[in-house]
Design a protein around this ligand. Structure first.
Ligand code: N7H
Length: 429
């Protein structure tokens, strides 16, 4: 097995930095002056955080860069290279909206204009809020000299101390483990590790092949999907309160059935009667399969976590499920304007946007066909209203509404470090 070259891989792709880097900044940008940006990128290259394990003390903040197809084009990459990217990336998130289910208020024409036609994103993650704020000020001050359109759009994100997302569920628990002893995320009890090539270009994937990387700049690259997903928290809980006829315990039960975990993260399949009080033992929270619950009586077959990662539901060795894994690095944001709502900056990394993110979003969340559930979409972030089936005797059908709206985003390429230097050099030429 070829080991991942950690010094050449950006550090946010595989193992990430951990939830203690709780204060994020996503600086979305468009390039106006390619040579100036090339100089800036070259100067930053030494400060970009790689996957090389850290000594002590840990850095106060991290820095990573990703570019969209339009960004690579603006930097002067030749058509031969641009054309070698897969179709999903070349088309970009806006053009792929119909297959992602971005309809109605989620249609690109309603997106935040600042989150359309993006050339790239700089990600900063910091241990302290003040450090993040200082990095933001620095980056914004440099933006003009870095050849970026002013102002770039800065989106701050903060993971609260209880690590819950805006609806109130514990998040950031399940992550694919990597079959490489040096490159995390490392396997925890009950997990079937996945080949590094599912997330990083240039390595063998679960199909036993090394997918063709983009010409000349593919090695150690990855694809990053970023979506700003606004959450109607009040609407979500009002709806559940109505369905539960005001009974708090039934409301929590319904919420757990929708997600597949109780709010504290306890998996339903392990503890269908209520949270098992083991919420603190995060590693144990991911030690489960669906083999003993084929009918979905414990965890509904269409629950959010069961349909986005069916684990052993589709074949006992997870082979099918493991072809559609994503590494999730989403972070919550708080309302950023009058009347604004909170939400999630959803982020995921993969080697194939089409086979991984898009497949999960459109095939597994879009409807229930793959699971014998007909047209049932995912209640949390599926494309449309409809119904959710809670298996039982008798089953319960919950008429559902949409409480998550797409506000913008993009598909980005995360170059390996040598590729990044090469791109900077081309841009300066
Ligand atoms: Fe989901 N939520 O708070 O309800 N998600 N998600 N997600 N999600 C997960 O296991 C949520 C979204 C996945 O391996 C948990 O870490 C919300 C999209 C996958 O068992 C919770 C939004 C996509 C998993 C939520 C949202 C996914 C997962 C449990 C939007 C893919 C891991 C915590 C606002 C296209 C499943 C955990 C596994 C887990 C929520 C979006 C995918 C609580 C609020 C768009 C693969």
């Amino acid at each position: 097995m070829k080991r991942v070259v950690q010094g050449d891989l950006q550090g946010n792709v595989l193992c990430g930095y951990g939830r203690k880097y709780a204060h994020g900044l996503f600086l979305f940008f468009r390039i106006e002056d390619r040579r100036a940006f090339g100089r800036w990128l070259d100067a930053q290259a030494g400060s970009i955080t790689t996957a090389v394990p850290w000594g002590k003390p840990n850095p106060a903040s991290t820095l990573n860069v990703a570019l969209s197809l339009e960004g690579l084009e603006a930097l002067g990459l030749p058509p031969r290279v641009l054309d070698s990217f897969p179709e999903a990336f070349r088309q970009g998130m806006e053009k792929r909206a119909p297959r992602l289910g971005d309809m109605g208020t989620s249609e690109p024409q309603h997106w935040d204009e600042r989150l359309r036609g993006l050339h790239g994103v700089v990600t900063v993650l910091a241990l302290e809020r003040a450090v993040r704020d200082a990095r933001r000020a620095e980056l914004e001050a440099e933006a003009g000299d870095a050849g970026l359109e002013i102002p770039p759009f800065a989106q701050e994100t903060d993971v609260p101390a209880d690590e819950r997302e805006p609806f109130g569920f514990a998040d950031g628990i399940s992550q694919p483990a990597i079959r490489d002893p040096e490159a995390g995320p490392w396997p925890r009890a009950g997990e079937v590790p996945v080949a590094a090539g599912e997330f990083v270009l240039g390595y063998e994937d679960e199909g036993g092949v090394v997918p063709e990387p983009p010409a000349g700049i593919g090695f150690n690259g990855s694809y990053m999907v970023v979506r700003k997903l606004e959450q109607d928290v009040e609407g979500f809980w009002d709806f559940l309160r109505g369905e539960a006829e005001g009974d708090a315990a039934s409301m929590d039960w319904l919420a757990a059935k929708i997600v597949g975990r109780w709010c504290d993260g306890t998996p339903l399949v392990r503890s269908p009667g209520g949270p098992d009080g083991d919420g603190a033992a995060r590693d144990a929270l991911n030690d489960f399969t669906y083999g003993a619950d084929p009918e979905g009586f414990r965890c509904p077959i269409g629950a959010h976590i069961r349909r986005t990662n069916p684990r052993d539901s589709l074949d006992y060795e997870w082979r099918f499920a493991n072809r559609h894994r994503i590494i999730r690095r989403g972070m919550p944001y708080t309302p950023d304007g009058d009347g604004g709502k909170p939400g999630l900056i959803f982020v995921c990394f993969q080697a194939s946007i089409e086979r991984q993110f898009e497949f999960v979003q459109s095939q597994w969340m879009g409807d229930g066909n793959a699971f014998g559930l007909g047209s049932d979409p995912d209640f949390i972030a599926g494309p449309s209203a409809g119904k959710m089936t809670i298996q039982g005797a008798p089953p319960r059908f919950v008429p559902m509404q949409r409480f998550v709206t797409t506000r913008g985003g993009g598909y980005f390429f995360v170059p390996g470090m040598s590729a990044l230097r090469h791109i900077a050099e081309l841009a300066r030429a």
